[in-house]
Design a protein around this ligand. Structure first.
Ligand code: ADP
Ligand code: MG
Ligand code: ZN
Length: 675
């Protein structure tokens, strides 16, 4: 910039009149031409300078960002876990006397100290980790009011009740707050000697109610706005999975109340989301604390969902009825209809299962939730509507009957298992058809398909520890986390076939899709699988192609080709639904060598693996009878157990019975590659 002189406009015209003295009777066209040529050169220079300006500005911003990051990094390296802050003894006293907690959990103290020191902080900690304490405890020992922004009315009310039980003065202000309560709260806000410590509000309150914001401003001017805690802070970001437009407004808070520290909390944030949140909330220097992400007690595994629905039902019944007999769990699946069917089918095995989805009456839904909490229902079969607010510590299994729409969702949903720290299992069932169920729902979201395909890659993975894949997904700087054989990969349970050449399958897929396009035939994923098996519609068959792999294997291959961009989805709307068709992806096919999961091992029921090796049939058959016992208790809509006990009397523990049942299950799960 320094080599560009700043010239006043007047000076320029002076200069021009001396350069081009107005001469009477002179040659105008020549003069104009000369000026035109110089104008062109000036324009060119301006263009170049503008380019240079943009470059310099970009560089400058980069440096500022880098400087900020380094400063923040340094700041974070300070020992925030110290116990010699001015407030440390008061903090400890309140923790014990008000909250009745003997210790801090990982990262709670550093976050509290950093925030109490006036810094902006983002805390990323899994659900149940103890985020609330990081603003509740400071609120209790501070003069003034802590504002807590939270998106869910039910969660606010839960917190209000527990705070009131502890004797902490807190209030909630949302759309359902009564008139009197509302005016009481607003009065408290302008009362300089009020003892109100925490005020929970919805983001809409901040973005839409001028009256409320005016009061907040007053509070700030009195120096009584202590801290702004923003729960579920990932809702700010469009990259996050539950973007809420009202959260965007919260960025204005920093402008209005620059001195008030912001504490953002979330259970789910990727590096991108975190960056976005900082920008939106205008807290570029916020220290980011990430804690408790690795859940050492959770066992992660992926298995291939049986092609036959009935086999799937009996496998699931065995897992929950035998391996997890009398233990609580959740099965997630996609649609309302699937929830209802699966519940009915599992009830037929005599299991105590209840449905939960958004289309149920709130009353019926909360009844299922309550009965599950009390242990009257063993398993809730649910859509993702069964989510926030679940705080049952002894969930021993979370089964994803359908893959989640993203790794974030999967982590959060499976994370509802094992809150008590005891071992629990997170089992995901993979099947190609489910990918399309999810893709037709998420493809309109900005990053919907990318996120889904990351989830698919997790399912197809054969090489990396599942725990580390999850960690990698969330952490910016990533260190390996110990797994202790708490995933199918580390256990060596997810056997891989040797590296396989699938180039021919890739080429055949592309040919099938190209031929179909010429004939104006649309090809769904499952149609492509059929064609690759050498089966199905004649107009999709390619000459000389024999296939050879099993259907399961081919589904894996198609999933692989999809996430790797060799083929891609093409969505079509009908009046009732969206359909995903496959088209050529455009990526050049050279030689494709991959390790895909061995479908046969994926098929094996996890609960049976050990027993098959050691032949503990006796114990097993005792377990099986558990399903029978359950039949007589619990939920109303049960019919006779089917299949599992079809060859059995009322109750029998004999080894023979066990053998029969094993056969029933096995015969339907063996896959032959020669199909
Ligand atoms: P989050 O908001 O991270 O999902 P919560 O703040 O609701 O989690 O806390 C989850 C549970 O953990 C609560 O029952 C809470 O009382 C408990 N908890 C929080 N901190 C501690 C602690 N230091 N020691 C023991 N229990 C704690
Ligand atoms: Mg919380
Ligand atoms: Zn592992």
């Amino acid at each position: 910039m320094s080599d560009v002189e700043i010239v006043e406009e007047d000076e320029i015209s002076d200069q021009l009149s001396s350069d081009y003295p107005t001469q009477l009777n002179s040659d105008y066209p020549t003069q104009i031409k000369k000026i035109d040529s110089e104008l062109r050169s000036v324009k060119l220079q301006i263009k170049m300078l503008e380019g240079r300006r943009r470059g310099l500005e970009r560089k400058r911003n980069e440096l500022i960002e880098k400087q900020q990051d380094e400063e923040t990094e340094k700041l974070k390296e300070k020992n925030w876990g110290r116990q010699d802050f001015e407030w440390s003894s008061r903090l400890d006293a309140a923790r014990v006397n008000v909250f009745g907690l003997d210790n801090y959990r990982a990262d709670q103290l550093p976050v509290i100290n950093a925030s109490m020191s006036g810094h902006d902080v983002l805390l990323i900690m899994p659900t149940g980790g103890g985020k609330s304490l990081t603003y509740q405890l400071p609120a209790v020992i501070s003069e003034g009011l802590t504002l807590v922004v939270s998106p869910l009315i039910s969660l606010m009310e839960d917190q209000l009740i527990s705070l009131q039980t502890l004797g902490v003065n807190a209030a909630v202000l949302n759309s359902s707050t009564g008139k009197e309560e509302k005016s009481r709260i607003l009065k408290e806000m302008s009362n300089s000697s009020s003892n109100l410590k925490l005020l929970y509000v919805t983001p809409e309150k901040c973005s839409k109610s001028k009256q409320f914001m005016t009061k907040l401003q007053k509070l700030y001017q009195m120096g009584r706005l202590v801290r702004i805690a923003i729960d579920e802070v990932h809702c700010c970001s469009q990259w996050g999975h539950d973007f809420r437009p009202d959260y965007k407004f919260l960025g204005a808070m920093k402008g209005m109340f620059p001195e008030v520290p912001v504490l953002g909390l979330t259970a789910t944030s990727t590096a991108n989301v975190t960056k976005d949140v900082k920008e939106i909330l205008r807290i570029p220097k916020a220290m980011v604390f990430m804690a408790g992400f690795n859940r050492p007690n959770l066992h992660y595994s992926v298995r291939l969902k049986p092609d036959q629905a009935s086999t799937n039902y009996s496998n699931l019944a065995e897992i929950i009825g035998v391996e997890f007999k009398n233990q609580s769990g959740i099965i997630y699946t996609t649609t309302t209809k699937e929830v209802e069917t699966l519940t009915d089918e599992l009830c037929k095995f005599g299991l105590k299962v209840g449905s939960y989805h958004a289309q149920m009456e709130p009353e019926a839904r909360s009844k299922v939730h309550r009965r599950w909490l009390k242990g009257e229902i063993q398993t809730v079969v649910a859509t993702v509507a069964f989510g926030m607010g679940i705080d049952k510590p002894d969930v021993r299994f979370v089964i994803h009957n359908t893959l989640s729409k993203s790794m974030e969702n999967f982590y959060q949903e499976s994370g509802r298992a094992g809150r008590d720290g005891k071992p629990a299992k997170c089992i995901l069932q993979f099947r190609l058809g489910d990918v399309f169920k999810q893709s037709t729902m998420v493809f309109t979201e900005q990053t919907g398909l990318d996120k889904l395909y990351s989830m698919v890659s997790y399912c197809l993975n054969t090489a990396s520890c599942r725990r580390n894949l999850i960690a990698e997904h969330f952490l910016e700087s990533w260190e390996p986390v110990p797994c202790n054989k708490m995933c199918d990969i580390c256990e060596g349970e997810c056997l891989t076939s040797n590296e396989e050449e699938i180039t021919e399958y890739a080429r055949a897929s592309v040919r099938i899709l190209e031929e179909a396009k010429k004939k104006e035939v649309r090809v769904t994923g499952l149609k492509l699988v059929e064609a690759l098996q050498g089966r199905g519609a004649n107009n999709l068959k390619i000459e000389g192609w024999k296939g050879g792999f099993s259907k399961d294997k081919i589904e894996m291959i198609v999933a692989y080709l999809l996430v790797e961009g060799f083929i891609k989805e093409d969505f079509h709307f009908t009046p009732y639904s969206t359909i995903s068709y496959l088209v050529v992806g455009g990526r050049e096919i050279r030689s494709i060598l991959v390790n895909l999961p061995e479908t046969d091992t994926l098929h094996r029921n996890p609960s049976k693996r050990g027993d098959e090796k050691s032949g503990k049939n006796k114990e097993k058959s005792a377990k099986i009878s558990a399903i029978q016992e359950n039949k007589n208790g619990g939920s109303g809509n049960q019919t006779k157990p089917k299949k599992l006990s079809s060859k059995r009397g009322h109750s029998s523990d004999s080894d023979e019975d066990f053998e029969i049942k094993q056969k029933v299950l096995k015969s339907s799960i063996v896959i032959s590659d020669s199909e």
